[in-house]
Every structure is written in C-alpha cells, then in structure tokens.
Design a protein around this ligand. Structure first.
Ligand code: S3P
Length: 171
C-alpha cells in the first residue's frame, strides 16, 4: 500500500528522506527519477538533451502515474512532476500522505553541488532554483497533507519526526 509521497523542489531531500522514511516504516521505496532512467536506459540529463523538457515530461507522466498505482510504500517524485495535470489529479486520489519537503536556497546549493545531474539548474543554479520554486510553491502547498523543513537536518531525523507527526507506524 502506498503510504507516503514526497514532493518538493530539487535539493529538498526527497530521495534521502524517502529512503529513511521507508526504513522507519519497514516498507519499500522508489524514486521516479530512478524509475525513468531505468526504463529508458539513459540518465536524466541524456533524456533532456535528446528530447527536451517536453519529451522528459511525457515519459515522467507515464512513469509517475504507474508508480502511484503500484505497491511501493514510500515514493519520491521528481520535483517538476507536479507540473503535469494528470499527476496533480492522481496524487490526492492515491490517498497516501503527501509530504512537502521545504528547503532554503543555502541548503540546496550545498546539496546539489556541482554534480551537473539536474539539467534545469545547470546554467545558474541559484537563479534557476529560485524561479522554479516561486512557480511551484503554491502547487506543493496545495497538494501537501504535511509540510516539513529539511534545512540542516539529517534524513533520519526528518523521517522520525514525520512518523510521529503523521501517526504512521511500521507495516
Ligand atoms: C526536475 C527535477 C529532477 C528531475 C529533472 C527535472 C524539475 O528531480 O526530475 O531534472 O523539473 O524540478 P529532483 O527533484 O529529484 O531533483
């Protein structure tokens, strides 16, 4: 049963908190960016450079909608997946807790580093991140059933806090 969905901007800690939360709940975890890369046999930057953002979103739509119907216990969504109308409809329909991970720019810059694996942030990470967060913040807020800040906190601390706040327990 899908119990928790993690949403939030790039660098908010969706994958690391999601993994920690799935450990706390003794359940499975999946990250839709990883599912996309596995399905396509290509990295996310390769998909962006070959098919552009629209091509990436088409693939993302299918993968996220399938993942929301599958049996993962905890699911981390790519930060931009909530731009897809069908995904915005399917998230509440899943009846899982929807966790919005909030983060400030200084933590983001430290986390995303110079890895170059986020095509939408590769030119000027700070300006681009601020812009996409400004565009998306209200969507994350509207979808969330719980919101938590991850700044300067370890994934397991955030995960334990979530278990208490959401009244979740081990499967
Ligand atoms: C994107 C976020 C990325 C990835 C892709 C696009 C976005 O995932 O799906 O690079 O539009 O914000 P993370 O949120 O895991 O970085």
């Amino acid at each position: 049963m899908l119990r928790a969905i993690l949403i939030g901007p790039p660098g908010s800690g969706k994958s690391s908190v999601g993994k920690a939360l799935s450990r706390e709940l003794s359940t499975s975890f999946a990250d839709t960016d990883e599912l996309i890369a596995e399905r396509e046999g290509k990295s996310i930057p390769e998909i962006f450079s070959e098919s552009g953002e629209p091509g990436f979103r088409e693939i993302e739509k299918e993968v996220v909608l399938n993942a929301l119907k599958s049996n993962y216990g905890v699911l981390a969504l790519g930060g931009g997946s909530i731009l897809i109308p069908e995904v915005r409809e399917a998230i509440p329909a899943s009846r899982a807790q929807v966790i919005f991970l909030r983060v400030g720019i200084s933590n983001v810059l430290a986390r995303i580093g110079a890895k170059g694996d986020r095509p939408l942030l590769s030119a000027d990470p700070e300006t681009q991140w601020r812009k996409i967060f400004e565009e998306r913040e209200h969507i994350y807020e509207e979808l969330a059933t719980v919101e938590i800040a991850t700044d300067n906190r370890k994934p397991f601390e955030v995960a334990r806090d979530l278990v208490v706040r959401m009244g979740l327990s081990r499967a």
